[in-house]
Design a binder for this molecule. Structure first.
Ligand SMILES: [Zn+2]
Length: 434
């Protein structure tokens, strides 16, 4: 007889009659030997002990620290590799192979403008740390993803060689690329998380089976030919990764079924299913950004999450800030922009909010980041991990210091009520005055 024990959270069943006292699921193949009540009791006890170990503290259970780090490191390494591997072209309806690197943000435009020595800095996950860190990225790699085939990459050729986003057409192309990158990244991330979860599940099941065999003894195992142990939604890691997969899947579905078709129609000049708000500010910001985030709106007591495509594109003359939602959410986006831009340094605070609470897909001038005091850098990176805020809640720590410094000297800043001016000035209080 071959036995397989399936441990499911909160499910109390036992298929054969003899096993009704069981709190676990036993699937037996072949009906030669049945478990006696006493054996069932022993098995239940052994599984109880295992469950405590797995659900409370899955990581030490997995093995040594080295094994765990190895698993983590491989997963990020694979993710990086997958982001450079050609895939099917993301242009709707195209089945051709993509080139490995399409830029989301124009290399010749905003990226070159903010670069120093052909480099920018960007947040990322180091394989040996738990949170975000900032690393230097070369201009050839910044914002790239496996996006379009040769033919569709050429759609952006003219746009790529201009240095500034000026026309409505430029905005439409930029938003389309942002949506495509988000789709590609999320597809790759979901596949990657699934792979890591499956590896984790397999490791946990194998380890648990070894422990079970030890606990039950060789005779018991041989008599019932116990072979497989499958854990289903038992460990916190399993439940956690399934939740991440579900959340990412939901955003991906919205992008694939709503934003991408709407953006492609707009690209063809056919329909207005998207709504863009563009704000041009006179200060060149030393960062660029392209991603997706959400804010919440209370619509007559109904709480609605509004997905928004974000772009911040600086040039030497000005910075173009673009927020895009589905056209049906037009009034929500207008309310949001009004609220954000209505405060002192509104555009600056909104961009900083997008950087910390919206998307981690941004780039900054290296010296601008290095000028932020270390303790504030650490705070910004830690706050980026806090998912309890949306871009609807203004971030109150300075990220773009040089622009804030400059804005604080303007006459209109001095005309603000003193407490409001002071609140903005105090964001830079930790800077060393030379
Ligand atoms: Zn194509």
């Amino acid at each position: 007889m071959k036995s397989e024990v399936i441990v499911r959270n909160n499910i109390i069943t036992g298929s054969p009659k003899e096993m009704t006292a069981s709190k676990y699921n036993y699937r037996t193949v072949n009906t030669g030997v049945q478990l006696t009540a006493e054996e069932l009791n022993i098995l239940n006890q052994a599984l109880d002990e295992l469950m405590d170990e797995v659900s409370d503290n899955h990581l030490p259970f997995l093995g040594s620290e080295g094994q765990r780090k190895g698993l983590l490191h491989r997963s990020w390494h694979d993710l990086g590799k997958a982001m450079r591997r050609p895939r099917t072209c993301i242009y709707p309806g195209c089945a051709d192979q993509s080139i490995p690197r399409s830029h989301t943000i124009q290399k010749a435009g905003p990226l070159s403008f903010i670069a120093e020595g052909f480099h920018v800095v960007a947040p990322g996950f180091a394989s040996n740390s738990e949170g975000y860190s900032i690393a230097r990225v070369g201009l050839n790699d910044a914002s790239t993803f496996p996006g379009y085939c040769q033919k569709h990459e050429a759609v952006f050729h003219e746009f790529e060689t201009t240095c500034e986003i000026k026309t409505e057409r430029d905005v439409v192309l930029q938003v389309f690329r942002t949506i495509c990158r988000e789709i590609a990244v999320k597809q790759i991330q979901i596949a990657q998380i699934r792979k890591v979860r499956e590896t984790h599940d397999c490791l946990v099941s194998n380890k648990a089976m070894d422990k079970l065999k030890c606990r039950l003894g060789a005779d018991f195992v041989k008599k019932h030919d116990l072979r497989n142990l499958t854990f289903d939604r038992v460990s916190k890691a399993q439940v956690g990764t399934l939740e991440v997969e579900r959340e990412l899947g939901e955003v991906l579905k919205g992008l694939e079924t709503e934003f991408l078709p709407a953006s492609a129609l707009e690209l063809d000049g056919r329909e207005d299913l998207l709504y863009h708000v563009s704000v041009a500010v006179q200060q060149p910001l030393f960062m660029c950004l392209s991603g997706i985030a959400n804010f919440w709106i209370d619509d007559h007591g109904k709480r609605i999450s509004v997905r928004t495509i974000l772009n911040v594109l600086p040039s030497p003359q000005q910075t173009l800030i673009v927020a895009t939602t589905l056209a049906i959410h037009k009034c929500y986006l207008e309310t949001y922009m009004h609220r954000m831009l209505g405060q002192m340094n509104g555009a600056l605070i909104m961009v900083e909010t997008w950087m910390v609470r919206g998307t981690d897909h941004w780039f900054m001038t290296p010296s601008e980041w290095e000028n932020i005091p270390e303790s504030r850098q650490a705070k910004i990176l830690a706050d980026m991990l806090d998912e309890s805020f949306s871009i609807g809640e203004a971030y109150q720590t300075s990220v773009l210091d040089s622009v804030r410094e400059q804005l604080l000297t303007l006459p209109e800043a001095k005309a603000e009520p003193p407490e409001i001016y002071q609140a903005e000035a105090s964001k830079l209080i930790d800077r060393v005055v030379m």
